[in-house]
Write a protein that binds this ligand. Structure first.
Ligand code: AMP
Ligand code: MG
Length: 334
């Protein structure tokens, strides 16, 4: 594996060209997007896409998002471009929004896990956009981590998780959004939210003039599974996650004592821990949802690296702005 460090805002075209060459040759390139680091491959080359599944240990029924440099690139992969797609693309691309639309025949089945629809996104990160333009290809890119593990928000996280499973890593600094894109399905009669992210339902509804359905509640085995990854344990650290409400802090402290894990416990806190015992590694988290999302995975990586057996996570408020963060921490706790 090679690691190339590039400027996050104005990446050196020669280095970007090297990475583009690896993609065109069917190799794997990890690169920064504004959400998390992606593990990229030529989206129209079935063998290259297959390599992503192998490197991640990701089950083949989990479809990938195709990254494109602009809306024209998305339309080249899809057979329909409804008014909702045009509006959302105009409002939020480049940005952390993925649209699911009927796929064209040349889009390989391995990319969509056999589904008739393909997920497309225009990322906002200058390095990602430069790479997409230089490669002149749609690039399949899930998060650059092993299946079910923590998503990477830095090149170092990618290195730690994938090592030589990836041919090249472009290091363009830390991801600014920090959690995965909001996914909206546009194949049905009405737009449907498949995965919450930092773009709120309210922001989508404002553009659509229509409210997308809430995401299916994770963990309900009888729930439909429109978005793979919505029901299983996902986005999880190695440590066991104990989610708690601030009002239950004393009960959490008692549990730390009972299970004698306080010395090996970390915590993501929104309010000060005033109970005894205390977790050994308490990390104060921002009370703003965007800042919290940006910090979330790096904080969990930090606590994993410190060898924490348990991570206590104080539940953020149940408001629309926190939906994306709450979804990730709920699923990390399964
Ligand atoms: P990631 O794991 O971040 O690469 O995101 C992939 C996610 O995008 C999946 O877990 C689904 O939620 C969604 N997705 C990708 N492709 C499709 C598709 N063809 N149909 C429905 N959802 C999709
Ligand atoms: Mg992922």
């Amino acid at each position: 594996m090679r690691l190339l460090t590039v400027s996050p805002s104005t990446p050196d075209p020669a280095l970007v060209a090297e990475a583009a060459h690896v993609l065109r040759a069917g190799g794997l390139v990890a690169f920064p997007t504004e959400t998390v680091y992606g593990l990229g491959a030529h989206a129209l080359d079935a063998a290259a896409v297959q390599r992503i599944f192998a490197a991640k240990g990701r089950p083949s029924f989990n479809p990938l998002i195709a990254h494109v440099p602009d809306a024209a690139g998305a339309r080249a992969l899809t057979t329909a471009w409804p008014d909702a797609a045009a509006r959302l693309a105009r409002a939020f691309w480049p940005g952390p929004l993925t649209l699911v639309l009927p796929k064209r025949a040349h889009v390989p089945d391995v990319l969509t896990a056999g589904l008739p629809a393909v997920a497309v996104r225009v990322p906002a990160h200058p390095v990602a956009l430069a790479l997409l333009r230089a490669a002149a290809l749609p690039v399949a890119a899930p998060s650059a981590n092993r299946f079910t593990e923590l998503s990477p928000t830095t090149a170092q996280h990618v290195q730690k998780a994938l090592g030589d499973r990836v041919d090249l890593i472009l290091d363009g600094g830390a991801a600014s959004v920090g959690i995965e894109s909001t996914v909206v399905d546009l194949t049905g009669a009405r737009p449907t939210l498949l995965r919450p992210g930092t773009l709120s339902v309210a922001a989508l509804a404002e553009v659509l003039g229509d409210v997308p359905l809430p995401a299916p509640s994770p963990g309900r085995e009888d729930a439909p599974r429109p978005a793979p990854g919505m029901v299983e344990r996902h986005y999880a650290p190695r440590a066991t996650v104990w989610l708690f409400d601030a009002s239950a802090r004393d009960a959490m402290a008692a549990r730390l004592a009972r299970e004698a894990v306080d010395a090996r416990a970390g915590a993501l806190l929104l309010s000060p821990w005033d109970a005894r015992p205390a977790p050994a590694l308490p990390l104060p988290m921002p009370d703003d949802p965007a800042a919290y999302a940006q910090r979330l995975y790096a904080a969990l990586h930090q606590l994993d690296d410190a060898g924490c057996a348990v991570v206590l996570v104080e539940r953020p408020p149940d408001t629309p702005a926190w939906q994306g963060v709450r979804d990730r921490i709920e699923r990390a706790s399964r």
